[in-house]
Design a protein around this ligand. Structure first.
Ligand code: HEC
Ligand code: HEC
Length: 302
């Protein structure tokens, strides 16, 4: 073997090892958000927990789709059809075996704000933790206690049905470097409306168009997105004239509360479930959401 050949082989070897190490480092779960509450901070308020639950729409994906009881049973089992395959929402009822009844507050914080499971795997971003990462400590604690106060369900989780290579949870580690770590997660100095829209309400997850890798295209924030599979498109809700620029604050509040548009059309598709949840919020939250939506950058529909 001549010298040149040997050096090339060594060079390629080093390149491969470096690439391998960088990949491992990139896919490794990284805790963006640490949760170390002091015992004195752990008082909670169940009615605020219920408010956070409704503002965040957890029930839209986790309530049992065949459940008919009036009480909230978060048995999961919703099919979420996407270009990557079908996701089935898990049981997040407080059942100790089939739900999340044995989870600590830290496990819950890691799932909702870091997208990491108790056994240190990435969750898929079909669980909108990319937005929920902005949830405040106080709201997170209240939400956790509220969920733990609901009835347990013995329903077993259905495995996702995803296309290769999206079955690999490790790939989410790369995705997080592109789209997750850079997202704002501190809303303590922001208007309440921005917090409700961006963090809890995750309006962007449906109303902002996505890149081919499934990240949000923030240049066109809330400017409308194409339908997910066969469901209806989410329209432009920026204050541009091609969006909802001619809606007043009261029009927006009324829509989020009743589902009626200013021309007495009624909301359809995925927005129906969102409105079912939002209509349960205190009126002042809807006012904050509407004021914030009116204040964002207008973007023309395309
Ligand atoms: C758009 C649908 C959707 C919404 C809204 C949603 N989730 Fe989920 N959630 C999912 C999916 C899908 C998964 C499974 C992700 C995976 O397997 O990687 C999941 C997973 C979870 C898990 C992990 C459960 C486990 O067994 O590992 C928890 C906890 C959870 N969600 C809590 C919540 C809470 C709390 C909210 C509201 C703040 C919420 N989810 C809102 C779809 C959703
Ligand atoms: C799960 C997806 C989803 C989420 C989350 C969502 N929306 Fe929507 N939204 C839709 C869809 C789909 C429509 C279209 C409804 C229709 O066709 O009647 C819509 C319609 C609307 C409209 C009416 C626009 C028009 O021109 O008729 C407004 C206003 C709106 N959404 C505001 C919001 C706000 C504010 C949030 C966050 C608090 C939000 N949406 C969260 C899917 C969503």
């Amino acid at each position: 073997m001549n010298n040149w050949y040997r050096r090339t082989l060594v060079g390629l070897g080093i390149l491969f090892v470096t690439f391998f190490c960088i990949s491992i480092a990139l896919i490794k779960p990284k805790y963006k958000y640490q949760f170390n509450p002091q015992p004195s901070e752990l008082t909670y308020n169940l009615s605020n927990g219920e408010r956070v639950f409704n503002a965040s729409g957890c029930g839209s994906c986790h309530l049992d789709p065949n459940g008919s009881t009036p009480s909230l049973i978060l048995a999961g089992g919703h099919a979420l059809k996407t270009d990557f395959g079908t996701f089935y929402s898990p049981n997040i009822s407080p059942h100790k075996i089939y739900g999340i009844g044995s989870w600590t507050l830290k496990n819950f914080s890691d799932a909702v704000r870091n997208g990491i499971s108790p056994n240190k795997n990435h969750y898929f971003p079909s669980f909108p933790y990319n937005s929920y990462q902005g949830m405040s400590d106080e709201d997170l604690v209240d939400l956790y206690q509220f969920l733990m106060s609901l009835s347990p369900s013995e329903k077993r989780n259905k495995p996702h049905d995803l296309h290769f290579p999206f079955v690999l949870r490790e790939l989410v580690g790369f995705w997080k470097h592109l789209y997750f770590y850079s997202v704002q997660n501190d809303y303590s100095k922001e208007p309440e409306g921005k917090y409700l829209v961006e963090a809890l309400g995750h309006c962007a997850e449906c109303h902002t168009p996505r890149t081919i890798l499934g990240g949000l295209n923030n240049k066109r924030s809330l400017a409308g997105a194409k339908p997910i599979k066969n469901e209806g498109a989410a329209p432009n809700i920026t204050p541009h004239k091609t969006g909802i620029g001619n809606w007043t604050i009261d029009d927006i509040i009324n829509y989020l509360d009743t589902g009626f548009t200013p021309d007495f059309d009624s909301a359809g598709g995925h927005m129906v479930a969102v409105i079912t949840n939002l209509s349960k919020l205190p009126k002042k939250d809807l006012v904050e959401i509407a004021k914030y939506i009116k204040s964002i950058k207008p973007v023309a529909s395309n």
